[in-house]
Design a protein around this ligand. Structure first.
Ligand SMILES: Nc1ncnc2c1ncn2[C@@H]1O[C@H](COP(=O)(O)OP(=O)(O)OP(=O)(O)O)[C@@H](O)[C@H]1O
Ligand SMILES: [Mg+2]
Length: 289
């Protein structure tokens, strides 16, 4: 997958109903094709050739759709196109009233600020072709033959994250889950900043609270599996754990090693930056017993 410029609110606003119709048709047809032939698009949208070409031109100019002549001539939605469909649905349903700016861009996601009933974060999962293999390793139930594995894997990742947030919300400080739409998760917007960028007055108490939350999550059936200073947010007095798509259950055959890894990432950071530490074995033991 080639690099794409992040989608902007301006691009979303500039989309017309016919543009959306073409993207919806592409999305549907991509269950059968990696690249959708123009004739199939024509029969699905009922647009004539010149209308269709005009719409495809607009979508390609906005970097939502790509054309390729190899292995055969066809069109495909790319992540930006998929993102606009998810955002469009959310705004149709009233979940999203306004899209704000991009607040996070990770290896496997884009996070936007938005306004629903309250300020929200919209995390669009982008599990691309590069990272697809690791997803496949973790999830043995991925079908071997799917035309667009990246769409499938991104939706799965969003579903997994939504599941964890739903399971933990109320018991562990995580962003409250609000909605899931395609590969997008809408959740509470957390203020402040990530732990790696915060300047803590009382690092010991934050460290202990993180482990308390790791313990509570474990008791609620969830091990983070990607915990680090980048996935903890510090919002004044609040400590919030984010970024849950990789979670596993305590029954996972490697659960102890995974807990150990989460705990040791956090410990390494606190030792490096604040010169405070805890005994790794003791913390791990306190989580899993
Ligand atoms: N609910 C939220 N409220 C405020 N900011 C958020 C929220 N969720 C995510 N962010 C911001 O977006 C950034 C990326 O989000 P997150 O860590 O969930 O995904 P990621 O790091 O891209 O995932 P991966 O670890 O797969 O690369 C975070 O570092 C944080 O700055
Ligand atoms: Mg992260």
């Amino acid at each position: 997958m080639m690099e794409q410029m992040p989608l902007s609110a301006e691009v979303i606003r500039s989309l017309q109903p016919y543009d959306i119709r073409v993207m919806l048709a592409l999305e549907r047809l991509m269950r059968r094709f990696e690249w959708v032939p123009i004739d199939d698009l024509k029969s699905t949208t009922h647009f004539n050739e010149s209308e269709l070409e005009y719409r495809l031109g607009r979508l390609m100019a906005r970097d939502l759709v790509r054309f390729d002549a190899v292995p055969y001539r066809g069109y495909a939605l790319i992540f930006n196109g998929l993102d606009s469909l998810a955002l469009h649905s959310l705004s149709n349903k009233g979940t999203l009233q306004a899209l704000g700016c991009l607040i996070g861009e990770g290896k496997e996601s884009r996070v936007y600020e938005g306004l629903g009933l309250a300020p929200v974060a919209i995390k669009l999962h982008h599990v691309g072709q590069r990272s697809f293999h690791s997803v496949r390793l973790n999830r043995d139930y991925l079908p071997e033959r799917t035309h667009c594995p990246w769409i499938f894997a991104s939706r799965l990742s969003a579903e997994r994250e939504y599941e964890a947030l739903t399971q933990l919300h109320g018991a562990v400080p995580v962003p409250a889950p609000i909605a899931i739409e395609r590969h997008g998760v809408v959740m509470d917007l957390i203020g402040g900043t990530t732990l790696n960028r915060a300047q803590l007055d009382d690092p010991e108490s934050v460290l202990d609270r993180i482990f308390e939350y790791v313990r509570a999550a474990y008791r609620h059936g969830v091990i983070h599996n990607d915990l680090s200073e980048f996935n903890v947010m510090i919002d004044e007095d609040r400590v919030v754990l984010i970024d849950w798509p990789q979670w596993v259950e305590p029954a996972h055959p490697n659960s102890e090693r995974i807990v150990r890894n989460d705990v040791s990432n956090v410990l390494a950071f606190f030792t490096r930056k604040y010169r405070v530490g805890r005994d790794l074995d003791e913390v791990v033991e306190s989580v899993i017993r």
